[in-house]
Ligand binder design. Structure first.
Ligand code: NAD
Length: 285
């Protein structure tokens, strides 16, 4: 019998804890933690993600400021808004929802967010600190993955973890965090040869490909733990992950569902990072 790792439940209990810590920190410091969320254009998925972040802020006793800018916003206008939020002492965290319209260079935007307010953990400073083992804002999805694995009492140290996907927001930072947990890590990607053979060797599989039902039962070793990061639509338009859950789950020790696995934890780690930023700013003032 396999365990379904319930990200929704874990996220709810973490949010209660964050709310209590945020409320007591607010009492001490005379203001609440504050997250500024910027959205450019009207991408429907981004709209949903931003709404989820607002809801999470409300549940965590964190103030949220929303900036909804039109698709035609120039890179300079966006950089000017970020500069003003960087300098605003009431703002602890800044998040710019990706993807941005094509005429805006995402790298320039993430680089412009002050490392002290980089609650997404995407800036070169945060990623550099992660690489060198220093304290930093951890990218939210990989940090959530570690929490999910630990919540299911998954042995990590010395185990073989195969990550499918090498993006800067999921695959690569997940590899660094799993190394920090003393796993032996293999990162697979679109050019990997014999991908199924690589995945079959894994005690822990982290799938971050962005292709519906990409990971099939024949790729999974009996008793593996599977974390499904993907958010896709299947042939009938239903939300699904990168893993063929129905056929893969019976082979697993534990597995995350989609929805209700990694997604709620990503937003919760953003709240955790915002509270951390608030505490750091209050200490400095
Ligand atoms: P991405 O498109 O930046 O990266 C996808 C990766 O998959 C690439 O590194 C690529 O090399 C690899 N890949 C593509 N085709 C492959 C193949 N045939 N074989 C092996 N590897 C292949 O995507 P991302 O931003 O890392 O996101 C991945 C998925 O996770 C998407 O579905 C995204 O929506 C989802 N996501 C979910 C959350 C969450 O909170 N649940 C957060 C971030 C991303």
């Amino acid at each position: 019998m396999y365990l379904i790792i319930d990200g929704k439940k874990l996220a709810a209990s973490m949010r209660e804890d964050i709310a209590a810590r945020a409320a007591s920190a607010a009492e001490k410091n005379g203001r609440r933690p504050c997250l500024a969320v910027i959205k450019v254009g009207s991408d429907p998925a981004s709209q949903t993600y931003v709404k989820n972040k607002e809801k999470a802020c409300a549940a965590c006793s964190i103030e949220s400021l929303k900036y909804e800018l039109p698709e035609t916003t120039s890179e300079d206008e966006l950089l000017a808004l970020i500069a003003s939020l960087n300098g605003d002492s009431r703002v602890d965290g800044i998040l710019c929802q990706l993807p941005l319209p094509k005429h805006i260079d995402e790298g320039r935007i993430t680089d412009a967010i002050s490392p002290e307010k980089d609650v997404d953990g995407f800036s070169p400073v945060s990623l550099g600190k992660l690489l060198s083992g220093k304290d930093s804002f951890l990218p939210c999805t990989p940090a959530g993955i570690i929490k999910l694995l630990k919540s299911a009492a998954t042995p990590i140290a010395g185990k073989h973890c195969v990550i499918i996907g090498r993006s800067s927001i999921v695959g690569k930072p997940s590899a660094l965090l799993m190394l920090r947990e003393n796993a032996t890590v293999t990162v697979c990607h679109s050019r990997t040869e014999h991908l199924a053979d690589e995945v079959r060797r894994a005690d822990i599989v982290i799938a971050a490909v962005g292709k519906a039902k990409f990971v099939t039962a024949d790729m999974i070793k009996d008793g593996a733990t599977v974390i499904d990061v993907g958010i896709n639509r299947d042939e009938s338009g239903r939300l699904c992950g990168d893993v063929d859950f129905e056929n893969v789950a019976p082979k697993c020790r534990a597995i995350t569902p989609v929805p209700g696995g990694v997604g709620p934890m990503t937003v919760t780690m953003l709240m955790e990072n915002t509270l951390k930023a608030f505490e750091m700013h209050c200490k400095k003032q």
